[in-house]
Design a protein around this ligand. Structure first.
Ligand SMILES: Nc1nc2c(ncn2[C@@H]2O[C@H](COP(=O)(O)OP(=O)(O)O)[C@@H](O)[C@H]2O)c(=O)[nH]1
Ligand SMILES: [Mg+2]
Ligand SMILES: [Zn+2]
Length: 364
């Protein structure tokens, strides 16, 4: 993960967007093939905006590109804001994405609905800012859920308690730090400027901003960008007929890197992985001292987690929250196993058809 300083060392207009010498080296064969590197700034149906070096090679420009060549049956693997792409500027009709570079990190949620599809919210990010407003009563359970999602992405989570100006100086940072082991907790106000310098100093090359709608994400983005780049107070976008449109996630240049502002999410379902274990590393560590290795921390004797709760070292609420998120993750894992099995079955059929075409009759 690159710091601002590392990036300033390379002479490429996309360096301001997080392009590194390592990426440049990986890209060399694609450049040989006449493709140019670009960073996906936003994605719409079948199209995306991608930032590439301009003709002078000193600045950048944004081009519209067709995403059809890189669409994938699994929505998680479809182009997402933050992807590094190989762009074919000479494709017939309009520029097209010819490939996506392997991702370093991905913030993925279980998309709403009954299916088991995941949805990538932001990829190739170094840090995930979890915005939580001090204007309302702190929702620790929600912060824990966002932390599990952030840890699972592979990026470093940072909890940002926003709207400090309306909190009246009564912010219990300790209480939030207790639910965020391994993460930094900051208190900021985009209105008074409190904490903004500390936040700026924490930001790596690429940062994603997540949190419920109204948390002050777009206001924070504007403050960090030093310009009104995102509409404030807009929780959902509608098209001219008043229908809700695809929610947009935008890549915004800020001094020293880029920020991905996400629209307020109704819910963030977890999408498997070990993010919950990492978000609850305090409980995981205690559990290692339980007498039974498969202790459910319920009524077993010698339970180190229950002991910690009784002694007031962790709140009972936190154990309930941990177990709830673990169960949710197990459910989605079971569903995606079923989906993978179905996919494999389909692929099997497809292979069989191909073999039949070759030999004229099905193999036994
Ligand atoms: N007092 C105060 N209000 C804020 C602050 N940041 C955002 N707001 C207000 O909170 C509302 C939601 O902000 P917005 O940035 O749109 O939140 P988003 O939905 O997370 O993008 C708007 O009315 C903002 O003016 C802040 O630091 N202090
Ligand atoms: Mg917003
Ligand atoms: Zn136990």
């Amino acid at each position: 993960m690159s710091s601002h300083e590392d990036l300033q060392g390379i002479d490429h207009p996309l360096a301001a967007y997080g392009w590194t010498p390592e990426l440049e080296a990986d890209f060399a064969p694609l450049a040989e093939a006449g493709l140019v590197p670009g960073r996906v700034a936003r994605v719409d149906l079948g199209r995306c905006d991608v930032v590439i070096a301009d003709a002078s090679g000193a600045g950048v420009r944004t081009v519209r590109a067709d995403t059809a060549p890189v669409l994938d049956p699994d929505p998680v693997n479809c182009p997402c804001t933050g992807d590094w792409a190989a762009v074919d500027l000479g494709a017939p009709g309009m520029a097209a994405l010819a490939g996506l570079l392997p991702r370093t990190t991905a913030v993925v949620r279980n998309s709403a609905g009954a299916g088991s599809d995941g949805q990538a919210l932001a990829v190739n990010v170094d840090a995930v800012l979890i915005a939580s407003p001090l204007a309302a009563k702190l929702d620790l359970g929600r912060i824990e859920r966002y932390l599990a999602l952030a840890w699972e992405s592979g990026a470093q989570p940072i909890v940002v308690l926003t709207k400090a100006d309306v909190a009246g100086g009564e912010v219990d940072v300790d209480e939030v730090e207790a639910v965020a082991p391994g993460a930094t907790v900051l208190v900021v106000s985009a209105v008074s400027g409190e904490g903004m310098d500390v936040l700026r100093a924490c930001l790596p090359a690429t940062t994603a901003l997540i949190g419920p709608s109204g948390a002050g994400k777009s206001t924070l983005t504007n403050a960090l960008a030093g310009a009104e780049v995102m509409a404030v107070g807009e929780t959902r976008q509608r098209d001219e007929k008043g229908r809700h449109t695809t929610t947009t996630r935008e890549l915004i240049p800020i001094p020293g890197g880029v920020l991905i502002d996400t629209p307020g999410l109704r819910g963030v379902g977890l999408y498997g992985g070990d993010g919950v274990e990492r978000a609850f590393s305090d409980i995981e560590e205690l559990a290692a001292d339980c007498r039974f290795h498969d202790c459910a921390h319920d009524a077993e004797p010698g339970c180190a987690v229950k002991d910690a709760i009784e002694e007031g070292r962790i709140p009972a609420r936190r154990l309930v929250s941990y177990q709830k998120l673990l169960r949710e993750n197990e459910r989605i894992a079971a569903r995606s196993d079923a989906r993978l099995a179905a996919e494999r079955a389909r692929q099997g059929k497809h292979q069989w058809k191909l073999m039949m075409a070759e030999s004229g009759k099905p193999r036994p």
